[in-house]
Design a protein around this ligand. Structure first.
Ligand SMILES: C[S@@+](CC[C@H](N)C(=O)[O-])C[C@H]1O[C@@H](n2cnc3c(N)ncnc32)[C@H](O)[C@@H]1O
Length: 429
């Protein structure tokens, strides 16, 4: 049963984007509240945690503002449209640093925390988004629910995608019920999409996608069946600029991972290359290398890079970039990171530095790979501060010392933060 209204003072923002307060000795997560605010809220117990919904804003943060999107507060895409960018950045820094402190046991005093790199555009920056269908409408899941918030357009998307959800949903309505998700991808004015199916791919799926590509003048599409090989329609591989190494083009495909903010990606690749500090003659091992986004940045100053990635198509795109860019000191290997590391260790191979950019779950076991492969420096690129904290703690237990933390704000208006952390093997006593 809901409790009577309670006055709460908001202390900070949580990793999931909510305001955090205390009530009768327990932590309460208040959706939509900002630090420094006082709210009258309805506290709703939900499992182990207490949640509260604002009923009245008693004291308003000077950082609160009118959200620039009609779906704010409901759509799970952007959590913090109602907060100033300044507050968002401070909150992201605190989320990353306190995760390392509380979950990883790494005090902030032991880390050089660099000024966060910020995205130039507060909105209109997303070149890739995974959408879902509701009937013929496309949208994103709501905050903390699988209830879809459908939309015709989305201001977080880059110009060439902003108005696409409406017409694309319309064109694909005949196959929407078989769709798991739909990913849109743009590079400049070139646009492609991929349709992930819950079922086997049938002719009608391919035809519907082909018609959508034609009618909306897109570059191509990829149909990904529930089980089996992806089918390419038109030319869904988009060529992207690579500002750090303009001679090496990067290739993107909508069904494969791609950094969603192209402009802020420059800050990310720069941070990775700067923190790896690859020197002439050094051997670098990179895990989770995708299409080579970070690989070529790091390889510029290295002796050689061995890059490991589980997706065969992503490895092919990376190899194409290396060929066309005339890059001779990089080798891409398809395989599971842990298995490849075990194999390399069994062969007695060693590396000077390890660069890794794992998915949200992190890279359990990284300390063992680093130790067995003799690496002296580790640079860990993380999209989840909690996974980073867990893995960094293991690296510290295995004899590494935390050095620097560079945050990159790849996703303004959201609670998401990308962290690049460097560690080095502590000197032998
Ligand atoms: C966060 S993305 C990073 C890609 C790349 N570094 C970039 O900046 O675009 C993680 C990548 O890890 C790959 N991956 C996921 N699990 C893997 C595993 N067990 N072994 C190797 N690669 C894996 C995914 O296919 C994806 O390309």
């Amino acid at each position: 049963m809901a409790e009577p209204l309670t006055e709460l003072s908001i202390e900070r923002l949580s990793q999931l984007g909510d305001g955090v307060a205390h009530h009768e000795g327990r932590t309460v997560f208040v959706e939509g509240a900002l630090p420094g605010e006082r709210v009258r809220a309805e506290v709703i117990a939900s499992g182990k945690v207490l949640r509260a919904e604002i009923r009245e804003l008693l004291e308003r943060s000077p950082h609160r503002r009118e959200p620039a999107c009609a779906h704010a507060g409901r759509c799970g895409g952007c959590d913090w449209l109602h907060a100033s960018e300044h507050l968002q950045r401070e909150a992201k820094r605190e989320i990353a640093v306190s995760a390392l402190e509380h979950l990883g046991g790494i005090p902030r005093t032991e880390l050089e925390v660099e000024e966060p790199a910020v995205s130039k555009r507060p909105l209109g920056y997303r070149r890739r988004a995974v959408l879902h269908f509701e009937g013929r409408a496309l949208g994103l899941f709501g905050r903390r629910s699988h209830e879809l918030v459908p939309f015709e357009s989305c201001p977080a998307l880059v110009k060439s995608l902003e108005l696409l959800p409406g017409p694309l949903g319309e064109k694909l309505q005949g196959v929407a019920k078989d769709a798991e998700s739909l990913t849109v991808l743009a590079e400049g004015s070139q646009v492609a999409f991929s349709l992930a199916l819950k079922v086997e791919a049938q002719m009608r799926h391919l035809q519907a996608c082909e018609r959508a590509v034609e009618a909306l003048r897109l570059r191509g599409a990829v149909v990904v069946p529930h089980d089996g090989q992806a089918r390419l329609l038109g030319d869904p591989v988009l060529k992207a600029e690579n500002p750090l190494r303009p001679e090496v083009p990067l290739y993107l495909r909508p069904d494969l991972f791609a950094q969603a903010n192209a402009e802020a990606n420059l800050a990310l690749t720069t941070a990775a290359a700067t923190l790896v500090e690859a020197r002439e003659g050094e051997r670098i091992l990179e895990l989770y290398s995708g299409n080579g986004n970070l690989t070529f940045a790091v390889a510029g100053t290295a002796g050689s890079v061995l890059a490991v990635e589980s997706s065969g198509p992503a490895v092919s795109l990376a190899q194409r970039s290396a060929r066309e860019g005339g890059v001779g000191n990089v080798r891409f290997v398809q395989g599971d990171a842990a298995q490849v590391c075990r194999g390399l260790a069994a062969e007695g191979q060693t590396f000077d530095a390890l660069l890794l950019d794992p998915p949200r779950v992190g890279a359990a076991g990284v300390q063992e790979w680093a130790a067995r492969l003799g690496v002296r420096r580790v640079v860990y690129v993380a999209c989840d501060p909690a996974s980073l904290a867990r893995d960094a703690a293991e690296l510290v237990s295995a004899g590494f010392r935390p050095r620097k933390l560079q945050l990159v704000d790849l996703f303004p208006q959201t609670r998401h933060v990308e962290a690049v952390m460097s560690l080095e093997r502590a000197a032998e006593p």
